[in-house]
Design a protein around this ligand. Structure first.
Ligand SMILES: [Zn+2]
Length: 349
């Protein structure tokens, strides 16, 4: 009996401490399609709550008079949801959007903001979204987000029918509903370029905050900018550096490694990436640089043997990096990465 009461007491105290710790750290705020994680006062990391396809994660920087949002997300509907959901953490209006790069999952919400609100991006983001290098809605990177969806829906339908666990079933049903809605939501997209562009660097002073927008060179694309908050020692990296393996289909892999050296030279402790989770320090960046080097070398070795890019992709073994990047579960990489390395070897850009 005594033991029972003591155990109950421990449970109550533990529960109370846990509750208190969450209250003090703020805990993530779930609002509509988004979850907002407070990183420091006035700086939030918006991720998907699971009720909608939103694409990228968006850092939110609340200033004295307005909020800056890094990346307008995947569709106008996602962008509108972000504006509405943000009210759970700030009553300031969105005053600036930064496009970390031109990819659809980061920039196809732009039309909700431009022209009324400055949408800031690299010169090349504007050129690419204007279609100077072809219509981005007709390119593989975007098409690959819509074309495979019907087949995926079919297989989901089957899995839902077979699933016995009600929680799993509900989660699969939500995935299917989100995918169906996404196919509708993309119909509204009008590709909208940034209306303020930078070449190398722009600095905004908003209230007490200094916000640097920096182009460090080609990497994930030729359009990547990072947002550096020197006082807070935070950098928002888009897909130039994620907490997971970044897409390589439009990348400049050799230059990416050098660009990441320039990223590491900036003064920051905290990285808010375009996908994945917020992380600290440079160890993950070191690991990703080694990963890129390894992928380039292995793909090129296969290319010299005369293998196809698809065959090369299947053979690349980067399982040594699964400690830093748990999404690596076996041998093989995205074929788009190998195709890109082949393409650059044959036709350097
Ligand atoms: Zn991207």
């Amino acid at each position: 009996m005594r033991v029972g009461i003591a155990a109950l007491f421990v449970l109550i105290i533990t529960g109370w401490l846990w509750h208190d710790a969450r209250a003090q750290s703020g805990g993530p705020v779930v609002s509509g399609a988004h979850r907002f994680e407070k990183v420091v006062d006035g700086i939030y990391y918006a991720t998907a709550s699971g009720t909608m396809t939103v694409g990228s994660n968006s850092p939110v920087i609340v200033n004295d008079d307005e909020a800056m949002v890094v990346d307008s997300e995947i569709t106008p509907a996602a962008a509108r949801a972000l504006v509405a959901d943000l009210k759970a953490v700030t009553n300031k209006p969105v005053g600036y959007i930064v496009d970390s790069h031109y990819h659809y999952d980061h920039a196809f919400g732009n039309q909700v903001f431009a022209p009324a609100i400055p949408v800031i991006g690299h010169d090349n983001t504007r050129r690419r979204l204007l279609g100077e290098f072809g219509n981005v809605m007709e390119q593989y990177t975007y098409l690959n987000s819509v074309q495979p969806v019907p087949a995926r829906l079919e297989s989901l339908k089957q899995r839902i029918a077979e699933e016995k666990d009600p929680q799993q079933k509900a989660s699969l049903e939500r995935q299917a509903a989100n995918s169906r809605a996404y196919l509708e939501q993309v119909k509204e997209t009008r590709v909208t370029p940034p209306n303020v562009t930078i070449d190398k660097k722009m600095t905004l002073f908003r209230g007490g905050r200094e916000i640097q927008i920096l182009y460090l060179g080609r990497g994930h694309t030729d359009t990547d900018v990072v947002v550096l908050l020197p006082k807070e020692r935070i950098v928002c990296t888009g897909d130039l550096m994620e907490s997971q393996i970044s897409y390589m289909g439009d990348s400049f892999p050799e230059e990416w490694i050098a660009t990441l050296d320039r990223l590491k030279a900036l003064n920051f402790d905290t990285v808010m990436p375009g996908h994945g989770v917020v992380f600290k320090g440079t160890a993950k960046i070191d690991a990703f640089q080694k990963y890129l080097r390894d992928v380039i070398n292995q793909v090129n070795a296969s290319r010299k043997q005369g293998l196809s890019a698809e065959e090369a992709a299947k053979r690349v073994d980067v399982t040594a990096y699964s400690g830093e990047f748990p999404q690596i579960r076996g041998v093989g990489i995205d074929a788009a990465a190998a195709r890109r390395i082949y393409q650059l070897a044959e036709r350097p850009e």
